[in-house]
Ligand binder design. Structure first.
Ligand SMILES: NC(=O)c1ccc[n+]([C@@H]2O[C@H](COP(=O)([O-])OP(=O)(O)OC[C@H]3O[C@@H](n4cnc5c(N)ncnc54)[C@H](O)[C@@H]3O)[C@@H](O)[C@H]2O)c1
Length: 435
């Protein structure tokens, strides 16, 4: 049976925390697509299709024609940042897109002016800005964010709003007593506990304001019991963490293939050079630790050394990020993979990925905004594991291990859409074709 999904009416506000490389590449991209200057390459919601029924049925609609998604024409953007630059200046600063393209979108980009941020340098050591809110305590700061959301919604006549964290990676933190339930979380905010990072204040504000939340960075943020419970109570979908782009995307494409052919792994060495602000922030060991944890877990979960000790026990996995300013956003990621096959004979795979991080991240932001809004209208609440496809460290229920295999993630995503529409799930069994 099909679930009742409210049709998207009116405008959808997309509130971005952080107006840096990813956010501006996303906003500029949507505006360029609306003007017919570019195609939405990399976006499942815009270009993806979904097979329905049997292979012989020839029913393969576009995803956007199958589920009711907000249209690009109805998106309105807002942001917070610790710098005052508008999206036009920030896009030029980030240097991802050519000046010529950015200039064609000047008016649209200039209209996105960041609101004052909730920020504390304790959590992002390498940044220092001035466009920052003041408040007696963290709860008061959250109230100011809620006011921002209300004002944005009213000023832009939005019907609905979603929030996506595209701000810098915070220092490594673990879930603790202050995050256990909503009461302890609010008490910790009142007492200015260091356990409450700025990203958590945004997530809390979003959920209190009735806004679904996605986390594009590896910070803990909404992945704590207090906030996932708040999401359920408020009937809101949440998801995270850390957009799956670049090297980790390659890992989750390649590792399932090696495992499916039962090829063994001695080691996987990954290193990157990048020169954008993200690289500068990750040059700080505490922010890097958050990123490292997110990048390292992927192989362990995909290869399951406990299940396949002969193939995957004790493989070395090393990940390095080197801040190298001349590269800007044009990262280079090298992988050296030592594998072994029949009779234990060793082989090597080398990858040199000349990628553009924000070009890979922007369509993810678009898809998450549209899918979170869909989930909200479909009455889905709490952690949205079906959106794991987009994340390096997918959030799951506490008792579950995350599914990292990109192809399983995609199947799960599409089956969730089929489920929402009351279509038969596709198992790929296919025996009926041979009866
Ligand atoms: N680009 C990718 O492919 C990719 C992939 C995965 C994750 N990410 C993560 O996405 C985030 C954004 O990446 P980016 O390349 O755009 O970085 P960026 O440095 O260009 O932009 C981040 C922006 O966030 C702002 N900021 C920091 N703390 C803030 C706060 N508390 N409130 C409001 N604004 C704040 C910064 O001033 C900066 O303008 C990073 O955490 C990065 O690790 C990016």
């Amino acid at each position: 049976m099909s679930k009742t999904i409210e049709e998207p009416k009116g405008k959808l506000g997309v509130l971005l925390v952080g107006l840096g490389a990813v956010s501006t590449t996303f906003i500029a991209g949507v505006e360029a697509i609306k003007k017919g200057l570019a195609e939405p390459i990399g976006s499942l919601t815009q270009m993806g299709t979904i097979r329905l029924g049997k292979r012989t049925d020839n029913r393969v609609p576009k995803i956007k024609d199958f589920v009711p998604l907000a249209s690009l024409e109805d998106l309105v953007f807002g942001a917070w940042d610790i710098f005052e630059e508008d999206a036009y200046e920030a896009a030029l600063h980030a240097g991802v897109l050519e000046r010529e393209l950015v200039n064609q979108l000047k008016a649209e980009l200039q209209s996105v002016r960041p609101m004052k941020a909730v920020f504390d340098q304790h959590y992002v050591k390498r940044l220092n800005g001035t466009h920052i809110k003041q408040g007696a305590n963290k709860l008061e700061l959250a109230e100011q964010l809620i006011e921002d959301i209300t004002n944005f919604k009213r000023a832009n006549e939005c019907d609905r709003v979603v929030m996506i964290w595209c701000a810098s990676t915070e220092v490594f933190m673990k879930s603790g007593r202050d995050h256990e339930d909503i009461k302890s979380f609010e008490q910790a905010m009142r007492e200015n506990s260091p356990a409450i990072a700025p990203s958590m204040i945004y997530a809390y504000a979003a959920l209190k304001a009735g806004v679904p939340f996605a986390n594009g960075a590896p910070n803990l943020t909404v992945d704590v019991p207090a906030l996932t419970r708040l999401a359920i109570n408020e009937g809101l979908p949440v998801c995270g963490k850390d957009f799956k782009t670049g090297q980790t995307l390659m890992k989750t494409i390649l590792a399932p293939g090696l495992k499916s052919r039962l090829l063994g792994l001695h080691g996987w060495f990954s290193t990157n050079i990048l020169g954008n602000r993200d690289g500068e922030v990750l040059d700080d060991p505490e922010s890097f630790k958050t990123k490292e944890e997110s990048k390292l877990s992927v192989l362990e979960y995909i290869l399951q050394p406990d299940v396949y000790p002969t193939l995957y026990k004790d493989f070395s996995h090393i990940v390095r990020i080197n801040y190298y300013p001349p590269r800007g956003d044009n990262k280079e990621g090298w992988d050296n993979i030592d594998i072994f096959g029949w009779l234990g004979y060793p082989m090597q795979i080398k990858i040199d990925f000349l990628c553009r991080d924000s070009i890979l991240a922007a369509p993810i932001v678009l898809d998450l905004a549209l899918f979170l809004d869909l989930a909200h209208r479909a009455g889905m609440r709490g952690i949205q594991e079906w959106l794991s496809f987009y994340f390096k460290s997918p959030m799951t229920a506490p008792e579950l291990y995350p599914e990292h295999d990109l192809f399983i993630q995609l199947m799960k995503l599409k089956n969730t859409l089929r489920h929402l529409r009351g279509e038969e799930l596709i198992t790929h069994l296919g025996l009926e074709y041979y009866d």
